[in-house]
Design a protein around this ligand. Structure first.
Ligand code: PLP
Length: 349
């Protein structure tokens, strides 16, 4: 019963098989191989237009390197105060941007709004004493398992365009958000004004690959150098590309994301039906944030369930009371339905 994260699981066997097949023979190194060429073309098809794609090994690298292409060192990047780029990347965005200022905004349910960014910028009245507004980073699905609607993303796109800002989407869980909205990859990205996307793969079944996808070709110009300098161009890039080839084949990525979301929904519904439990945010993708009595949490852990306590923060309009704790439960492509049932049985007992 491991609900600690979606990356505690291994590799989807179909992706593993593709890597074994890619192991045959020799291939041109440093992304010059055939599988990489094919995957670049595949991204154009997935996004229904020409895009510039660069594979990297981690989501942190994708985020930090994209932001480095979006802002000057004296720029400001706006994101949710609990966003991965703010809290979990050990200053990689600041490092790779050469010192740009990351500005965290408090928003309910893991989301920010253009009005929050506008409000922050309105305080920048001191010329070069303030950083120059450069980019906005939104996470889809968010760190609290919520999903921005197309209208919400489009509002960011319009706002960013009107202010000369670039719009980044951290899509570590892009597939989970996509199937939750039931829209196309194009609709959830460039058609709403997203300039660059960190396209997550690892959490949804890969061994380790994320794609940097540029819709604004102007940002992609020097990116090959940025990736190389960051040590993110793998000499055996074919193994990154092979993972993606299997990921897209037969819509494996959508199938995996649907499964993860379905199990999260079951978990949320089951927990919502237990009187002593309340959901801190509605479950919209593959994560459940629940406020539970400490005794229930202890019992679950004693019976083998693994999950993290979570900081309540701005997410929860009704924070945990004395004797309660907020926990995060994440489901994945490989979570078993039995584990969900067992978890609910123990919680409800
Ligand atoms: C929202 C979000 N963005 C980015 C990442 C970064 O992924 P990685 O661990 O591959 O650097 C994560 C991983 O937890 C994440 O949750």
């Amino acid at each position: 019963m491991n609900f600690a994260s979606d990356n505690v699981f291994g590799v989807d066997p179909r992706i593993m098989k593709a890597m074994v097949l890619a192991n045959e023979g020799t291939a041109v190194s440093y992304a010059g191989d055939d599988i990489t060429r094919r995957i670049e073309a595949r991204f154009n098809a997935v996004f229904e237009r020409e895009v510039q794609v660069f594979l990297v090994a981690t989501g942190t690298a994708a985020n930090a390197l994209i932001l480095s292409a979006m802002t000057p060192p004296y720029g400001a990047v706006f994101a949710h105060s609990h966003a991965h780029v703010m809290l979990d990347e050990c200053g990689a965005p600041e490092f790779f941007t050469g010192g740009a200022k990351m500005i965290g905004l408090e928003g309910v349910g893991g989301k920010i709004t253009p009005a929050m960014v506008a409000d922050k910028i309105s305080g920048f009245i001191r010329g070069e004493h303030d950083p120059r507004p450069a980019a906005i980073s939104i996470t889809q699905s968010t760190e609290l398992g919520s999903v921005y609607s197309l209208e919400e993303i489009a509002a960011f796109g319009a706002f960013a365009g009107s202010r000369g800002l670039k719009l980044h989407m951290d899509g570590a869980r892009f597939a989970n958000a996509l199937v939750a909205l039931g829209c196309s990859p194009a609709q959830m990205s460039w058609k709403c004004g997203v300039d660059a996307l960190s396209f997550g793969v690892t959490k949804n079944g890969a061994m380790g690959v994320e794609a940097v996808v540029f819709f604004d070709a102007g940002l992609a110009g020097d990116f090959a150098y940025r990736r190389m300098r960051a040590g993110q161009l793998l000499s055996k890039n074919r193994f990154l590309a092979a993972q993606l080839e299997a990921y897209f084949a037969d819509d494996l990525w959508l199938e995996n994301a649907r499964r993860a979301n379905r199990l999260a929904r079951a978990l949320a519904q089951g927990l919502g039906a237990i009187g002593a439990v309340r959901l801190a945010v509605p479950c919209e993708a593959n994560a459940v944030f629940a406020v539970m009595p400490c005794s229930m949490v202890e019992n679950l852990r004693e019976r083998g369930a693994v999950f993290h306590d979570w900081i309540a923060g701005a997410a929860d309009a009704q924070p945990p009371a004395e004797g309660e704790v907020m926990v995060r439960l994440v489901t994945s492509f490989a979570t078993s339905a039995r584990d969900v049932e067992q978890f609910l049985q123990i919680a409800g007992a």
